[in-house]
Design a binder for this molecule. Structure first.
Ligand SMILES: Nc1nc2c(ncn2[C@@H]2O[C@H](COP(=O)(O)OP(=O)(O)O)[C@@H](O)[C@H]2O)c(=O)[nH]1
Ligand SMILES: [Mg+2]
Length: 407
């Protein structure tokens, strides 16, 4: 069986034939695949027949055509195709298919077998030739937006980014290098935040067995996706799903309880979860509010958890009487723990706020203006390097990259 290989990196700067799904991921009624680069039209046409299958399809510029996607004898799907300029060396061909994951994958496999490299997003320079570079970068990354708020934030960059670039250019031309560089560096720093907003922040729930991690995860998932049980050691794999808090996309993962006397399957689950826990943007450590302070093991704090991204949750707070002493977690975290009852759904609004505060400890949550495109970041870094020695050249390149129309 042929396999679809998704390339996330661009190895060369040479123009090349690439294909990408440019509609949002997931199951939808339709999906859009774009093929761009040298020979895009010829390669795509090799798979297209007229609906009656009698001949290969004629594709004039900018005309939508209904066609049959044939891979050898296999009728994969009926699709709608449009291309920009059939006479150009490189074209962009847009294929609208049915949304089934299998149909999309099958068409990508056809294209891959004909020499196209399948990538996660089209390189900005091969797509959207009639748009400005900033508009093209918005269009390229828009399918990554998982919430309406993120889509609107990205679209706002079209109007908010040019004034800062213009201001930096003006400063450069006036010889005010340092303030110009400061402005550009603020943009550079916004890149990592933009990736978190576009891909979803990674938040993981950890803690000892039976403290209510899965019950809490299900509350935050708003679906019973993780098994809750009185029996310790029930969660034997890590379960993750996308959620949104205040329009911020998050991939939330529930993990197996951390304990030393786990059986072999559980032990594997704990081991598999470790990289997920370590690389998370926020770690929610769930503890049993009625349990002893010894439920937290010293080695988690030294080996697994990171105090800078830790949120401590005292669950089962419904079982703590008003006169009972509170579990002291001051040794684990400087911040006050969030008291919740996952079972009864208490304290969740506060917890959601605490999670966002931990995700974005400083600066604007959704920076405007910002840089989100890898190519823009690379070029901006280069221009910052040029600024002290060749400010006029840096200003010219800034203008060409960010302000001009590309065709
Ligand atoms: N009283 C009370 N029980 C809870 C709460 N959260 C979870 N539980 C119970 O604790 C047990 C273990 O829950 P589970 O979510 O499976 O814990 P996990 O092993 O940490 O994932 C189950 O019987 C839950 O119903 C809570 O807030 N209050
Ligand atoms: Mg569990």
């Amino acid at each position: 069986m042929e396999r679809l290989i998704l390339n996330l990196e661009r190895p060369t700067d040479e123009p090349e034939l690439v294909a990408a799904v440019t509609s949002p991921r997931g199951v939808g009624g339709v999906a859009v695949i774009q093929v761009a680069g040298p020979g895009a039209l010829a390669v795509t046409r090799g798979f297209l027949k007229t609906p009656s299958q009698t001949r290969t399809l004629d594709l004039p510029a900018d005309q939508l055509k209904l066609a049959r996607w044939m891979d050898g004898e296999e009728h994969v799907d009926d699709v709608i195709v449009v291309t920009d300029d059939p006479q150009a060396d490189a074209q962009t061909v847009c294929i609208t298919t049915h949304g089934s994951v299998r149909v999309v994958e099958r068409i990508l496999m056809s294209l891959q077998s004909a020499g196209a490299r399948v990538v996660s997003t089209l390189p900005t320079e091969t797509a959207w030739a009639d748009l400005s570079s900033i508009e093209a970068a918005v269009m390229t990354h828009l399918p990554r937006a998982q919430t309406k708020r993120i889509a609107l934030w990205l679209i706002r960059q079209i109007t908010e980014l040019p004034p800062v670039i213009e201001e930096a250019m003006k400063l450069l031309l006036q010889g005010e290098i340092s303030p110009a560089v400061d402005r550009l560096e603020v943009l550079m720093e916004s890149y990592d935040r933009a990736q978190v907003l576009l891909d979803g922040a990674r938040v993981v729930i950890v803690g000892p067995p039976n403290v209510g991690k899965s019950t809490l995860a299900n509350r935050l998932f708003e679906k019973p996706w993780s098994i809750e049980s009185e029996e310790a050691g029930t969660t034997r794999d890590w379960v993750h799903h996308p959620i949104a808090i205040d329009g911020i996309p998050i991939v939330l993962a529930d993990t197996a309880g951390l304990r030393a006397d786990a059986d072999s399957i559980e032990e594997q689950a704990i081991r598999l979860a470790q990289p997920v826990i370590r690389s998370a943007d926020v770690q929610i450590l769930v503890l049993d509010a009625t349990g002893p302070a010894t439920q937290v093991r010293e080695e988690w704090l030294t080996e697994l958890l990171d105090r800078r991204k830790l949120v401590v949750v005292l669950n089962k707070s419904d079982l703590v009487g008003p006169d009972q002493p509170k579990l002291d977690v001051s040794k684990i975290s400087g911040a006050a723990p969030a008291a919740v009852s996952a079972l009864h759904g208490h304290g969740l609004e506060n917890l959601r706020r605490v999670i966002l505060d931990a995700l974005f400890p400083q600066g604007a949550r959704m920076p405007v203006p910002c840089i989100w495109d890898a190519d823009h970041r690379r070029k901006l870094g280069h221009f910052i390097g040029l600024a002290p020695g060749q400010p006029a050249q840096a200003a010219k390149l800034l203008s060409r990259t960010f302000l001009g129309c590309r065709s």
